[in-house]
Every structure is written in structure tokens, then in C-alpha cells.
Design a protein around this ligand. Sequence first.
Ligand code: FAD
Length: 463
Amino acid sequence: MAAAILDRLAEILPEDRVSVDPRTRQSNSEDYAWFSNVLEEDLGGCRADVVAWPTTAAELADVLAAAHGTRTPVTARGGGTGNYGQCVPVRGGLVVNLTRMNRVLELGDGLARVEAGVRFADLDRAANAVGQEIHIYPSTYLTATVCGFVAGGSGGIGSVAHGVIADGNVLAATVYPVRDTPKRRQLTGAELSSVIHAYGTTGVLADVTVPLARRIGWEQAVYSFPDIVACHAFALELMEDGTVPKRLLSSVEPGITRYFGRARLPFPAERTSAILMYGLGHRERVETLAGRQGGCLEFALPQDSRTRLSDFTWNHTTLWAKKADDSLTYLQTGWSVERFGEQVHAIQAEYGEDFAVHCEYFRADGSPFTAALPIVRYRGREHLDRMVEFVESVGVGVANPHRYVLEEGSKVENVEELLRAKRENDPAGLLNPGKFQAAFTAGEQTGHTFKPASMTLARQRVL
Ligand code: FAD
């Protein structure tokens, strides 16, 4: 089977855009699953058999047809910054690396259409040049691709104002199926939810259209508060204040900022930090709101600073902590805005310093939402599972980042819709197999061909 796909790829792509080099296969088979001690163990050793780099949508279509014709598992890959083994090819096969499909196709008033492999930093640069900026982007701004974010991400910088990906932050997408003669489909509106956060199991995105906003100047600043609960009260007030434009509103306990040491920024050692991006000229109002909760300005970056405070927010906090101490890991949680203090106290009474809180504030369906990516001590699988149970028992929702199967990692409310898209775009069950459990269950029940197809060279995992 390996020889068949190689022959087909040789007909489609030049030699230097197909690789079976072991190191290249390895680096194209990894993401940031190592943030989880559990996934690092579960996914270590999974490796693609071959990597291909299409540069155009036509080449992508041909590559997907080749995968279908040879029944080769195929996993789309952008920047490879996903957190839960999203683009780890658990059944080996072909990794389609999309980073060379990297053209900004259209820059209009209020929107940009970009190829799959355009990175956020490049899109931002292009948008800035015409007085606009991206609505939302992950903290992996330099490396992550726009389509990787749509297929694997959730929210990020800008979400405090514009919500998460599904809140209108994708306007259209071009999707290719894995079929002998792949016909592309244009998705808009509600149809887009069949590809958003589906881990590339329901089709491969060739391009997406995202909204842009008018560019304004942002101040990056850190305020400090007596504790995370006072900081939460400030965050809610700031969210409700319609006069201050906001791009980032994060809170980080000193138990986490201690790991930022190498950055040599003056984060406070004993107090909780609020890491903010707000409209230039609005500092006075922010200081007033902070003062009401015992907060004060610690530092603001100069306008020409190349430092991005977003590098200390979203899942970058885990990166800092993990690099400092490998026995640390994280959870992804959603909190009650009203019962936040009570929930924090209950969890920290149980776990103490093993549970340090970091929150991201954003709008979900228009309402304020408190998500947290706490840094927790890893003391084995059972301990971690018990911690998840305890956290849920006090009313905090957990999207478990220690699972690589879509439905186990997050609450998937549109399984039927994803299954329909899967039948349409991936009848042979080749797209990122092993990640969408319902597809295999449905395949077994209906005799559909959503069966694991594995190549011989890769380490195989059957769920
Ligand atoms: P990849 O990791 O390459 O892929 C992600 C998923 O999308 C995979 O399942 C892959 O198969 C699929 N995919 C990729 N391209 C396509 C395509 N063209 N068509 C179909 N499927 C495709 N996430 C957030 O949401 N917000 C954050 O702020 C954030 N911060 C992070 C910080 C750090 C330090 C790290 C390591 C991760 C963070 N993440 C965050 C997770 C990740 O960076 C984002 O989800 C990112 O947008 C993924 O983009 P990528 O190009 O790296 O995708």
C-alpha cells in the first residue's frame, strides 16, 4: 500500500514536495500533545508514512484523490500547534502539510480570503497594510495557520470582543472531500459548523474567509490584584464597560506567573496579574475600574515594543509552566461567572498549590464567559481523572485536554451534522482516522466504510 500512494504522489507533485525521510515524517507527526503527560505516553511513536506539500487547491484535490484511490489514511496539517494530538496521524498514512498553500487570495473591506496555510502573523501584516486587523487569533500567532485554527482551535486574542470561532468569525470556507474525483464545496452560514473544530475529520479546507475589523491602536498592560477573585470582579466590570475597546483580558495567579521569569518582565510576584490589551487612550478608565477592586497598573509596554503580552495568555501559560517543570500540566475549564469565587475556593481547598488558576474572558453567544486553563500538578492518570471529577462536581465544566478523541475532549453537540459531512466528504473513513469516534460506531452499525485503514509501516492504534 505504501508503494501505491508513493507512485500516485510522484505523478502529482515534484520530488521535493513528497518526503519519506524519517525525521521529516516524525516532525510532521507531532503537535503539542506533550502538554499532557497522558497523551505524550499514548501518542508517542505515531508516525506518518509519507508527507506531501501541495501548493494549490488543484494539487490538494489530486493528493486527496490519490489517498482515496489507495485507501491511505490522510491527516491535514497546518502549523502543528494543536494541543491534543489533533494532527497526530494515529493510523499513520499520509500527512498533507498545507503550509505551502499560503497566499492571501483577497483582502476586502471587512474580510480576507486566505489559503489554508496562511499564518496569522502574515494575514495580520497584510490586513494592517490596508488599515484593518484580524478579529480573533490564537496566541500561537506566529506559527498557527488560519485553517488549523478553524479546524482545531476555539478562541483567542480578540474573543473578548468578537467571541469564539463559531460566533461568526468564519464567513465562508472551501472544502475538499477525499474521493476519486474530489469536487469542492463552498460552505457559508450554518453549514460551517460541519468543519469548525472537527479536527479535519469531515473535509479538508482549501481556503477560508474571515472577518476583519478597522485597525486601532492597542495598549498592552499588566495590572495587579490582591487575588484571582478580585481580578474576576474587575474583569466582569471591564467586559461590561462599553467605552473601552478590548482585545485581551486574562488573569493569571502568581503560582503561574512565577514561570514567566525568563521573559524578564516585571510581573508581580505575590499578586494576581490581569494581562490586558485595550484601546489606546483608555488607560485612565481601566485604572479607575481596577482601583475599585484593589488593583493597580504594574507596567505597560511602550508602543514600539516587539513583545506580545499574549505570549503569556491562552495556552502559552502552559508552555511556560511545562518548560519549567515537566510534572505540570493543565485543564480546560468553563466556570460560572456568578459562582466563580466559591468554585475557586472549593477547588483550591482540595488541591492547594497543585491547582493554579489562569482565566480568559470572552463572549460566547454574546454573554460574558469565564474560561480557565489552570496549571495543575500531574500525579498520575487516576489522580488526574479524580481531579476532573472533583472540578466538575463543583459545577465547573471540563473539556478534557488529555484525550485525543474529539467527543472525549469537548462537548460535541452536532454529532449528526458531523456524521453527514463525514459521509459526504469521507465515505471511506480516511480523514484523520481515530479522532471522531461516532464515525466508527456509525460505520459498524450501517456497514458504511468508516473503517480504520492503516498502512503497514506506521505504529497502529485501534480505538
Ligand atoms: P494544526 O495543529 O496543524 O491542526 C489542528 C487541527 O486542524 C488538526 O486536527 C488538523 O488535522 C486540522 N487541520 C489543519 N489544517 C486543516 C485544513 N486545511 N483542513 C482541515 N483540517 C485541518 N488554540 C486556541 O484556540 N487559542 C489559543 O489562544 C491557543 N493558544 C495556544 C498556545 C500554545 C503555546 C499552543 C501550543 C497551542 C495553542 N492553541 C490555541 C492551540 C493551537 O495553537 C490552535 O488551535 C491553532 O490555531 C492550530 O493551528 P495550526 O495551524 O497549528 O493547526
